[in-house]
Design a protein around this ligand. Sequence first.
Ligand code: TRP
Ligand code: ZN
Length: 882
Amino acid sequence: MSARGDQPRTPVLRQEYRPPAWWVDHVELDFDLDAAETRVISRISVRRNPEVDSEPLTLSGANLDTRRVEIDGESVPFEERSGDEALVVENVPDRAVVTVEVLIHPDRNTALEGLYRSGAMLLTQCEAEGFRKITWFPDRPDVMATYRVRLAGDRQRFPVLLSNGNCVEDGELEDGRHFAVWDDPFPKPSYLFAIVAGELDVLEDTFTTQSGREVKLKIYSEPENITQLDHAMDSLKRSMAWDEERFGLEYDLDVFHVVATHDFNMGAMENKSLNIFNARYVLADRETATDADYEGIESVIAHEYFHNWTGNRVTCRDWFQLTLKEGLTVYRDQEFTSDQRSRGVKRIQDVSALMARQFPEDDGPMAHPIRPERYVEINNFYTATVYEKGAQVVRMYETLLGRDGFRRGMDLYFERFDGQAVTCDDFRRAMADANDTDLEQFERWYRQVGTPTLEADTRFDDDSGELVLTLKQHLSDHRDNRNLGALMIPVKVGFLDADNRPLPVTLAGESESGPNTRLLVLTDSEAEFRFSGLSADALPSLLRDFSAPVKLEFDWSSRDLARLAGFDPDPFSRWRAMRGLSERVLGDWIEGREDHDADLLVEAWAAVLDDSDRDPALAAELLSLPSEGELAQDRSPVDVDAIHAARKKLVQLLGRQLEMRLLERFEALAPSGDWSADGPDAARRRLRNVALGLLAAGGSDGADQLASKHYEQADNMTDRLAAFRILTHNELEGGDRALADFEQRFADNPLVMDKWFTVQATRADASAVDDVHRLMDHSAFRLNNPNKVRSLIGAFAMGNPVAFHRADGAGYRLVGEVLNQLDDFNPQVGARLATTFNRWGAYDDKRAAMMKEQLQKLADKKGLSPHIEEIVTAALKDRSGG
Ligand code: TRP
Ligand code: ZN
């Protein structure tokens, strides 16, 4: 770690990128595996880069016990430069083999980065800068090499030995030990290196590629979970077929591995041919996984598989380019799910998640462009902005260029850059060149900070008989936006007539009538678009399909919102209109005004219920309300209690007024045949559970019995968990029984116990703080397991505003105390949790002071990790509260 005083750490700047002074062509690694102490010998073939000024070979490393350094077999003295964890080797010839021997200690590695232990298994996580915890290396993504890896260890303890590429040799050694040699022919950056060693069972299958090659597929888990791998395997095969069909991309090695682990900092990791997954994105069966889990597994399996081309074959030049692989790969996994399931529903879910999770980032102290300009700790930039907003930016290329144009751009991107480490600009130019178009202005999307606003206005021009739409754009006033100029914003628009039928959209001067949805492109800060053939009362539907990641401002009447919610042909627009309407009612109540629109909302919901047979999944989306967190987003000061009361009142009102319909739906949606995880069945379960939730909230007579029965008769986790949550959150009769039953039924299943923790952590009552305290002592809870931290503490801090913001500060103290501990052993996970204090300045003085106190305590902590320090410092600097 760099020396710490009162000096803030110096950030790395995007503009300061320099090519490496040394290339590495080939790496040989030799592991002598042991949980307490592993010996690593590396032989790296280095070559001076003639294109940069001569510099000594400088390698990165962290927590390494260095035993020897040799150049071409000759032992040399070495100097570990203290402070920045660098090893400088002088007098290396222009080409040489540098050998380094180190000892590392997986057992002591609580940060879960580098080589660490999970249960009986040893495994690695190297992205972004974890390889330097394994050996000395130029640990940066533009240094790409082929790897040959020899793993040796006790056969009993580590019967399975895996690394990237193909197994080229294995055999027995003395003393009950054995070894395996793996060879990866594709040059890769060190962050894609991986090994796994342990006692694992495997599910095997094969996939035949479009060119007729047979690929072995192997998914590994602990032996007791071997029956829960079928869905992951099925998802993998569908992903492989989809990438061939949609993008012409075929898998390139003879084997593809997936390994599930319970100790993992994030969702999953795309190591070349050896994907490592958080078990929650692999294991599934009817009794233990919800429909949402099934969908999550499918999309994460797809995401990591898709990285093989977008990330691995073409990788990032430096970490500022992270969105090059992540934004693009999220876009690809979103498209995969859209093609597998319902495109409209998927779009709503993705945008809804963006608004809930990314908009606050854009508004907060760590706001950054999808391609950041500076960072202290790169792990803090694996954000919703880089991933989800980045995916929206990629989607805009498709919107602007069309599906075929986008494909041409992708083809050219791979043609130009296969095997290279490149930049977002390289991607953008491939898109432009393949389509013979200019996308220079589009680059501003990679530099702008915050969510832009799109202001729209319509008027009827009596003289010309044209409807005039004015669009204006504004960027947030972040200093990095100064002098940026206007963005290129694709805006899809349509209109409804007085009978709510779609109208053709024809631009003034066109002779033929246009399509019902029209793409406009705003390239100036303000522009007018004129339409012919529309009457003054045509109802505009703007930003259909969320064609750009902006906040839209348009003055719809509540009645018009209800019309759009009911009749817009674009599912996303229906959802946004319904949201707009409920936000209006809630806003009135939160601010203590008379409401005008509650009846309209009830009517609109009734219509959705009546029509819900056609698309139950869409109906479930339409019948959702903004969370308390979302309602807090644009308010300052945030009145936690008023928001909670208003939302509760609305759920109650809807439950009561729609009681008969909801009961009818609940009965009608009862399963008719055998359980299946398929989309249509999952959609029915989803809507049915929404109905039950509303009935319970509305205090419907008999809701307790209904929920208890639903719990007891559930033959799948979706229904059982929904019933358990409804019983607990509404404090219904039977809740205690379900709580105890759930715990006892699933005591042995850590993933299901995570759900049990979350339900309790998110009960909207001040006493939930005490529950969380108590649950931290539960035998199934471990603070050193990221899934546990997220399911109990993370869920509490992010999903339970009433308790987290408890007036006496007990919620803040709890999270502050956990952060203090996490900082010592897993700063990556800690830093994420620390962002829950980001908006401290937006709360009333008393709460603001108490939140600030927790931040200040952390800032003052001796030896605070750079991860948490970066978050906390930014938050403390930000008085506005976003
Ligand atoms: N690259 C991974 C993905 O998006 C995520 C990732 C980055 C990650 N750093 C990590 C996963 C550290 C686990 C731990 O698919
Ligand atoms: Zn990814």
